[in-house]
Write a protein of this length. Sequence first.
Length: 280
Amino acid sequence: MKRGNRRKKIFIFVIILVLIALFSFFYFNYNKEKITADVVTKSDIKTVDLTNPDPDTREEVKIPIIMYHHIRSYDREDDPIGTNLSISEEIFTEHLDHLKTNGYTTITFDSLNKFPNSALPQKPIILTFDDGYDDNYQAYKLLKKNGMVGTFYIISNYIDRAGHLTLEQITKMSESGMEIGSHTMNHLDLANISEEKLASELRESKVRLEEVTKKPVEGFCYPAGKYNQHVVKMVENAGYKTATTTKTGIASTKDPRFELKRLRVSHNDGLKSFINKLND
Ligand SMILES: [Zn+2]
C-alpha cells in the first residue's frame, strides 16, 4: 500500500511537472507570437513609410498651364493685337495631337485643388482660354472630340455680347466637363480700381457664373495679368482657389496658388514653338 501510494504521488508529481512544462511552453510561445506580431506590425508601418510613401505628397508635380485667346484664322495688319491673340484651328489641332501622342493628360484647376489628396495623372497639363471669345466654342468642340478638357475664363458682363460666347454655349460647355473660371465682370485693371469696385468685380462675376453653370466657380484669371498683393488677398477672400497670371513659366504644385505662371500661345506659335515652350 505504502509503495503504491508513493508511486501514485510520483505519478501525480510528474503529471503536474508535465502540465507546468506544457503550460510554460504554450504561454511562452503565445507571448512570443504576440511580441513578434507587434514587431511585424510596427516594422510593416515603418517599411511602408520608408519605401512606399504616397508619391504625390513627396514629389513636386510640374503642370504647364497654356494660355490661349482666339482660336480662329485671323491675320490682319491693321489689327496686330487681335492677330497676335489668334491661332488657327489647324494649329490648335496640331497642339492637341501633340499632347495626345506624347502622353499628356488635360486636367482642370479642380484637380490641382484636390492635390495632394487626389493623385494627378502622368504629365498633367491645363489649357486655359481667356476672355470668352465666340470662337472658343470651336475650341471646346475640338477638345471634346479628343476627350480633353479646358478652362474658359469668362468676363461675366460680356456673355451674349457680339464676338463672345452665349449663355447657352457656356452652359453646354460646363455640362460637358469644361471648367468655367472668372475673368471678372468687366475686364478692368484690378490694381487700379476702388476697393468697392474690386470687391464687386470679384464677387459678382463668381455669383453670376455659378448661376449659369450651377457649379462652384473657383478659378480666377487676372485681366491683362494686372494685380498686386492686395488684389491677391481679395481674390482669395472672394472664395476662389486659384488665380492665373500672364507671368511666363511652367507652374508647379509648389507654386503660390494665386500667382500661377502660364505659357502664352501667340499667332506665330506653331507646333515647333509650342513643343519648345513645353520642354523649357
Ligand atoms: Zn483677358
